[in-house]
Design a protein around this ligand. Structure first.
Ligand SMILES: Cc1ncc(COP(=O)(O)O)c(C=O)c1O
Length: 398
C-alpha cells in the first residue's frame, strides 16, 4: 500500500482557513456575509511598488538569484530595521524567505531536533503548534489568560525556560493584539539573559502596527548581550499590504542566518526578481500607506473595543497593535440562541455565522477556548454593520 510519511498525520489544515472557507461558501450561496476571520490587511501597496515591478520586467535576467537574497534587498531591509531601532546588523545576519511562515518553518528545521522543546505563550498563532508538530518538537505552552492581559510574566518565563531549546515570542501578538511595553520587554530580557542555552525567536511581523504611542521594543535593545541568540522574523505581508507577494526576512546571528541560506539553497533557491523589485520599492519608497493604515487600524480598534465591551460579561484586554481583538466571550456558554445551544467557542462562532452572517475565528484555534478573534480590516461600513450584528447576537442569547 502507498502511504504518506507519518509526519503528515500530524500536519493539520489551518483552523483559521476552515472558518474563512465556510464564510466564502455561504457568500457564494448568496448569503450576506461579513468576514472578521482571516488576518489580511485588506489594502494594496502604493503605486511606486507597481512601478518598480514594471521597470523590473524590462530588465529580467531570467537567471537564478542569491540564496540569501539580492544585495539591494538585504540593504533595504537592514535600513528598515535600523529605522525600527534594530542596529548593528550586516548582510551576513539576514536571509529572505517566502513569507514569515516560511522563515518560521525554516527556523524550526534549523534549530529543533525531534524531541527538543519549543516554548511559547497561549494564546498563540495557530501555525506555531503545527510547525512544532511537523518537526517533531515538543511544544511547551505557557498560559496567558485574559486575567493576565494575555501577557507572559517574567516569573512564568523564568520557571518555564529550563530545558527549552527555543523560546518563540510574538509581539505585537496575533490573536490578542497585545503589545509589550518597554519595561515589560526589559523584564523579560533580564530573564532570558539567565538562560543562555535557549534560542529566542521574535516573530515581530506586526512591529509597525502599534498604537497609542506604546512603541515597539525588543530584547536586543533592552539587553544587547542577547544579540548572539535572538532571531528576528519580519515580513512585508501585513505592514505593506503584500501578503500574496510572499516576502519574509530573518535577522539572526550569522550561524542561524547561514542555516536559513542553506535551507533556501535546497528549497526555494531564490526570491523571484519581480518580487525582489517590489519588496525593495516597498521598503525604500514612501511610507505613507503603511502609516495611514496604522492610524486607520487604531480607529477601528477603538470601534471594535467599544462594541465588544458594551456586551455585559464580555471581557477584553485592550489591544495596542496588529489588527485583532480577542474578547473572552465565555459568558455566553450554556446559553441558547433561538433554540441553538451554545456550549463553547466553536458553537458560538458557528451560530453567529449561520444566524447573523458574521465570521469570527474560535479562540480554541489559538489555544484559548474562552475567546474568539475578530480581525477588523474590512471596510468601515462593513465593520460597523458586522459589530451591530455581533452585539445583537449576544443580546438575543437566553
Ligand atoms: C504572528 C504571525 N506570524 C507570521 C505570520 C505569517 O506571515 P507571512 O504572510 O509573512 O507568512 C502571520 C500571518 O498571519 C502571523 O500572524
Amino acid at each position: 500500500m502507498l502511504t504518506l510519511a507519518a509526519r503528515m498525520s500530524r500536519a493539520k489544515p489551518s483552523a483559521i482557513m476552515i472558518v474563512a472557507d465556510k464564510a466564502k461558501q455561504l457568500k457564494a450561496a448568496g448569503r450576506d456575509i461579513i468576514s472578521f476571520s482571516i488576518g489580511v490587511p485588506n489594502f494594496l501597496p502604493g503605486p511606486h511598488v507597481y512601478d518598480a515591478v514594471r521597470e523590473a520586467l524590462t530588465k529580467d535576467s531570467g537567471q537564478y538569484g542569491s540564496n540569501r537574497g539580492d544585495n539591494a534587498l538585504l540593504d533595504a531591509f537592514l535600513k528598515h530595521m535600523e529605522e525600527g531601532g534594530l542596529t548593528g546588523y550586516s548582510r551576513n545576519n539576514i536571509a529572505v524567505a517566502i513569507g514569515a511562515k516560511h522563515v518560521l518553518y525554516n527556523l524550526a528545521e534549523a534549530l529543533l531536533d525531534p524531541g527538543d522543546t519549543i516554548a511559547f505563550a497561549v494564546p498563540y498563532w495557530t501555525t506555531y503548534v503545527d510547525i512544532a508538530d511537523i518537526v517533531e518538537a515538543k511544544a511547551k505552552l505557557l498560559p496567558c489568560p485574559a486575567s493576565q492581559n494575555y501577557k507572559l510574566t517574567p516569573a512564568q518565563l523564568d520557571a518555564a525556560l529550563p530545558g527549552v531549546k527555543v523560546f518563540l515570542f510574538n509581539n505585537p501578538c496575533n490573536p490578542t493584539g497585545m503589545v509589550y511595553t518597554k519595561d515589560e520587554i526589559a523584564a523579560l530580557a533580564d530573564v532570558l539573559v539567565k538562560h543562555p542555552d535557549t534560542w529566542v525567536i521574535c516573530d515581530d511581523i506586526y512591529n509597525r502596527m502599534v498604537f497609542d504611542g506604546v512603541g515597539y521594543h525588543n530584547f536586543v535593545q533592552a539587553r544587547p548581550e542577547l544579540r548572539d541568540r535572538v532571531i528576528h522574523v519580519d515580513s512585508l505581508s501585513k505592514t505593506y499590504g503584500m501578503p500574496g507577494w510572499r516576502v519574509g526576512f530573518v535577522a539572526a546571528p550569522e550561524k542561524a542566518a547561514q542555516a536559513i541560506v542553506t535551507l533556501n539553497s535546497n528549497h526555494i533557491t531564490n526570491l523571484p526578481e519581480i518580487v525582489t523589485a517590489a519588496a525593495i520599492a516597498a521598503l525604500s519608497g514612501p511610507q505613507d500607506v503603511p502609516k495611514q493604515k496604522c492610524a486607520e487600524f487604531q480607529a477601528k480598534r477603538d470601534q471594535v473595543l467599544a462594541a465588544v465591551t458594551s456586551i455585559p460579561g464580555v471581557v477584553c484586554p485592550r489591544p495596542e497593535g496588529a489588527f485583532y481583538v480577542f474578547p473572552d466571550i465565555s459568558v455566553a456558554f450554556g446559553k441558547s440562541h433561538n433554540g441553538t445551544k451554545i456550549a463553547n467557542d466553536v458553537d458560538l462562532c458557528n451560530t453567529l455565522l449561520e444566524s447573523k452572517g458574521v465570521a469570527c475565528v474560535p479562540g480554541s484555534a489559538f489555544g484559548e477556548p474562552k475567546a474568539l478573534r475578530i480581525s477588523y480590516t474590512c471596510p468601515t461600513n462593513q465593520l460597523a454593520e458586522g459589530l451591530r450584528r455581533f452585539v445583537e447576537f449576544f443580546a438575543e442569547l437566553k
